[in-house]
Design a protein around this ligand. Structure first.
Ligand SMILES: [Fe+2]
Length: 381
């Protein structure tokens, strides 16, 4: 059984209220009464009527005052109001219509007319309530689906980034002393990019794409990649190919991160003065992302321990970066790098090598002597 419709009868005369109340109770409506305007407003809040039968002329607040207050309140504005009055001049009707009153009944009450008007307005009210509920349910459903979609997209993005990261780690696995290198250098690069003024989205893209910079090392033979001594010129030539091999692996991807990864793989060894590789690009011919990643990658190589060198001190590493401003590095990028020095040091401490060494000890199929940091030979300035 649906709830009975609720009707509030507002009239200062007891007789009138009882009369209308009696008629409508017999029609199986739920009835509440108020004998003045103030009481009517309280009852509206308490009783939540579906319809108001409102006398115009009452002591204190008039029916017009009550209607005005209700129509001005978003919570109650859509409750239908029927003005019940002996006053039926055109002026009163116009005033009531202007306030948004829905209908009129003239005293003395005609029972059939009262029942017909009430029934008709309650139908409209029921339809409105149904539509409102439907709209609310729809909004909740849309919100729920949107949230589900957002979570799914986040999961897909996280899975995609995780895959990219693991692929990058796979490339670093043989020759880097530590997988923490890619975490540090990508965070340095993002910090510098943010300082230069790139938008958040671009900064984030650099953070996710920078780990792919050395992906092409997958294609370098172990005898060269893992050679403990100095590389011969022909070996060096092959080693340099890790840039173009990386770009080939990452070519024509539908993912924006991977497309940026390709740019980074191809340009992270180019130098501002044109003496880098693979193409010897000069100055702004090298895309900004490449210029940023170059400094992040070299700085991390300088401060890191390698089998053939102890880490350089921070002072020395910073000095080398400074000295190479305008030679290896874009001076503007160097300036940005130094202004985020504190942030760089935070990342250096956060992603330290010990964690990665511990992981490597737990991995039985890698011989310690394989963990040779030949990459430094590519990066050292
Ligand atoms: Fe590299």
């Amino acid at each position: 059984m649906p709830d009975r419709a609720r009707i509030l009868i507002v009239d200062d005369e007891d007789y009138n209220r009882k009369l209308i109340s009696g008629i409508l109770t017999r029609q199986n409506y739920s009835i509440a009464e108020a004998s003045n305007g103030e009481e009517a407003l309280k009852q509206v809040e308490k009783f939540s009527p579906d319809l108001l039968l409102l006398d115009i002329k009452m002591p204190g607040m008039s029916g017009f005052d009550v209607a005005k207050r209700l129509k001005a309140n978003d919570d109650f504005a859509l409750i239908p109001i029927v003005m019940v009055t002996a006053l039926s001049t055109l002026g009163h009707k116009a005033q009531a219509l202007e306030l948004g009153v829905d209908d009129f009944l003239t005293k003395p009450i005609n029972v059939a007319e009262l029942i017909a008007r009430v029934r008709s307005l309650l139908k409209v009210r029921a339809y409105y309530k149904h539509m409102k509920n439907y709209q609310m349910e729809l909004e909740i459903e849309v919100e729920k689906r949107t949230e589900q979609l957002r979570r799914s997209m986040e999961k897909i993005k996280a899975a995609s980034l995780d895959t990219i990261n693991r692929l990058s780690m796979a490339a670093e696995y043989k020759d880097e002393d530590t997988g923490a290198h890619i975490q540090r250098m990508s965070n340095y690069a993002a910090a510098v990019a943010r300082r230069i003024g790139l938008k958040d989205q671009s900064v984030q893209a650099i953070l996710y794409a920078a780990p792919m910079h050395d992906l092409g090392k997958i294609g370098i033979p172990d005898r060269i990649l893992l050679k403990p001594g100095k590389l011969e010129p022909d070996e060096w030539k092959i080693m340099k190919q890790h840039t173009t091999i990386g770009a080939q692996i990452l070519n024509e991807s539908s993912s924006a991160f991977i497309r940026l990864g390709k740019v980074i793989a191809l340009t992270h060894h180019e130098k501002w003065d044109g003496t880098g590789y693979p193409y010897g690009l000069k100055g702004k011919e090298i895309l900004l992302t490449g210029r940023i990643v170059a400094i992040a990658d070299v700085f991390d190589a300088l401060i890191s321990k390698r089998p053939y060198k102890e880490p350089f001190s921070l002072e020395k590493s910073f000095a080398i970066i400074e000295e190479n401003s305008g030679a290896h590095f874009d001076p503007e990028v160097v300036r940005a790098f130094f202004t985020v020095k504190d942030e760089i040091l935070l990342y250096k401490n956060k992603y330290h090598d010990s964690e990665s060494r511990r992981k490597r000890r737990m991995t039985p199929f890698v011989r310690p002597e394989q963990a040779v940091g030949l990459d430094d030979k590519l990066h050292m300035v």
